[in-house]
Ligand binder design. Structure first.
Ligand SMILES: [Zn+2]
Ligand SMILES: [Zn+2]
Length: 375
């Protein structure tokens, strides 16, 4: 079938909105009509050429929501008409990782997903006979896409596509890092580095679990109002503090009873390895945990003195918020529908597919929190 898609033919070039061909679903696959998709920094990371695993030509996009319109043989967990969110981290419930209950990083289709193809090793997308790669197993910058059954989360039908698409990446990554990875308890003190689309969701996750002190750190003073909008209690601009950011933050968390200071939990949402070090070292001696969420440039390495870890600080990473997509994403959609979390104010721009390059420009200029493409 012919579908409309924004194709990335090569790194560093704008997307081309055009007609491409999509084959129907094979065994274990579903055809989804995408109704809305967010534009995420990870799409930009790949499009820019900075992603060493980036493949071209490709249909990017991994933060969508839509409706199942056809299913291949053997599909049992979803049916035509179901509303779904595509999952770049699938949940097969059968592989050693899923069965371990220790990770959300399902390995069932990892190899082929990384090669930009479906689990049988072939692509469903092409343009005039030339193969197009799938992206993160999702390719939501097309108004129809094919996904493995294990890579869709069925959601309630009254949830608006143009809002809950954001749960397909940013919302779940931020809130999940708080709930699943850090397991933050009520009354905790936390520091969030980088108040973009992920950091703001970390902040509202901290508010949701009842953290007492939520310190936001960002070099952009305009982010102060954004952080406060979602529950931040203190704002720190590193440019105003100078070289002594870590002691400044540690001081901020001291109380009369606890003169050691340091955060119970810190979150890096910048992808900057220097900031990751600051985030670890701003943790409380003995128990503070630092969660790395941001994606660092290719080849980047983190460092600190081993003493920091010997004295009880913990470094952890979080992908897709540690969420098991088919199980956890529908719950997060419920939280949104119940008003427990907010999404609407973070979607600062909405536009048709034909304007998708503007969404990338707004993101590069730091003018958007999230742009959503509505088909
Ligand atoms: Zn993303
Ligand atoms: Zn699995």
């Amino acid at each position: 079938m012919d579908v409309r898609a924004a194709v990335a033919f090569e790194a560093g070039k704008p997307l081309e909105v055009t007609t491409v061909q999509l084959e129907g679903p094979r065994a274990g696959e579903v055809l989804v009509e995408i109704k809305a998709t967010g534009v995420c920094h990870t799409d930009e990371f790949t499009l820019s050429g900075a992603d060493p695993e980036g493949l071209f030509p490709v249909i990017l996009g991994h933060e969508g929501a839509g409706v199942v319109v056809d299913v291949g043989p053997g599909v049992t967990s979803v049916k035509k008409g179901d509303h779904v969110i595509p999952l770049y981290t699938p949940e097969c419930r059968q592989c050693p990782s899923c069965l371990s209950r220790k990770t959300n990083l399902c390995t069932a289709i990892r190899a082929t997903q990384g090669q930009g193809v479906m689990p049988d090793g072939t692509s469903r997308f092409s343009i005039e006979g030339r193969k197009l790669h799938h992206y993160m197993g999702c390719s939501t910058f097309a108004n129809f896409t094919v996904l493995p059954e294990i890579a869709v989360a069925k959601i309630r039908e009254d949830a608006p596509f143009d809002k809950v698409c954001y749960i397909g990446c940013g919302v779940t990554t931020g809130i999940g890092a708080v709930i699943n990875t850090a397991k933050v308890e009520p009354g905790a003190k936390a520091i969030v580095f980088g108040l973009g689309g992920i950091g703001l969701n970390v902040i509202q996750g901290l508010r949701l679990v009842g953290a007492d002190m939520i310190i936001g750190v960002d070099v952009n003073p305009a982010k102060k109002a954004w952080g406060e909008r979602f529950g931040m209690t203190h704002f720190v601009n590193p440019n105003e503090v100078g070289d002594d950011l870590v002691p400044y933050l540690v001081n901020l968390t001291k109380t009369r009873e606890d003169q050691i200071g340091g955060a119970d939990y810190t979150f890096d949402c910048t992808g900057n390895v220097k900031v990751m070090r600051q985030a670890l070292e701003a943790c409380h001696r003995g128990w503070g945990q630092s969660i790395i969420i941001g994606v660092a440039p290719a080849g980047a390495e983190i460092s600190t003195r081993p003493f920091q870890l010997v004295t009880g600080r913990v470094w952890k990473g979080s992908a897709f918020g540690g969420a098991r997509g088919r199980t956890d994403v529908p719950k997060i959609v419920d939280w949104y529908m119940q008003g427990k979390i907010e999404i609407d104010p973070m979607i600062t721009h909405t536009m048709p597919l034909s304007d998708i390059n503007r969404a990338f420009e707004l993101m590069r200029a730091g003018e958007s929190i999230r742009s959503v493409i509505v088909y």
